[in-house]
Design a protein around this ligand. Structure first.
Ligand code: AMP
Length: 184
């Protein structure tokens, strides 16, 4: 169970969980948000292009995002598995991921849905204080999640595992690991 996607609204704790789980499962944590932020801070052409989308809470165009993910998944550390955090975020990206995996005869082992009530999510984001964590942008990212990303939960119904994302980081990771093991 090592090719795993974490899904949940912004603020659900995907990044925190992916960090914790990547150690326990010995697979890399691949966050498209982190990759974009690194490009922005390094001032690469991709970063220049992505910045305005990050600043407004919109999705970076699929062509840019999919190519970045394709390159990242081709790196040797991702050969035996990965935890994807923040990708796929819409139907097209899900299709591209499926095709990329199919090229090597792989498929996703699980999609973990972190369930967190909206008021918890918003208060977590407001206390996090990242550059794109202003109230307007938070609201926009939530809208984008519900309109573009949440429909993927249906698309992935056969590999979907719902996990209660409220509580201590360690408790939530333990729930995710239990759920993954129960699926094996
Ligand atoms: P995150 O760190 O996952 O909250 O992502 C921060 C921002 O990066 C998002 O609001 C988008 O602008 C951009 N982003 C991250 N992942 C994706 C993706 N899969 N597709 C398009 N844009 C993305």
């Amino acid at each position: 169970m090592t090719r795993v996607v974490l899904v949940g609204p912004p603020g659900a704790g995907k990044g925190t969980q992916a960090d914790a789980l990547s150690q326990k499962l010995s697979v890399p944590h691949i966050s498209t948000g982190d990759l974009f932020r690194r490009h922005v801070s390094e001032g690469t052409p991709l970063g220049e292009e992505a910045k305005r989308y990050l600043d407004s809470g919109e999705l970076v165009p699929d062509t840019v995002t999919n190519e970045m993910v394709r390159e990242r998944l081709a790196e040797p550390d991702a050969a035996d598995g990965f935890l994807l955090d923040g990708f796929p975020r819409n139907a097209k990206q899900a299709e591209v991921l499926g095709n990329l995996l199919a090229e090597s005869d792989f498929k996703l082992d699980a999609v973990i849905q972190l369930e967190v009530p909206e008021e918890v999510v918003v208060s977590r984001l407001l206390s996090r204080g990242r550059g794109d964590d202003t109230e307007d942008v938070i609201r926009r990212r939530q809208q984008v999640y519900w309109s573009e990303t949440a429909p993927l939960l249906d698309y992935y119904h056969d590999v979907l595992i719902k996990v209660d994302g409220v509580g201590d980081v360690d408790d939530v990771s333990a729930r995710v690991l239990d759920a993954l093991h129960a699926r094996r």
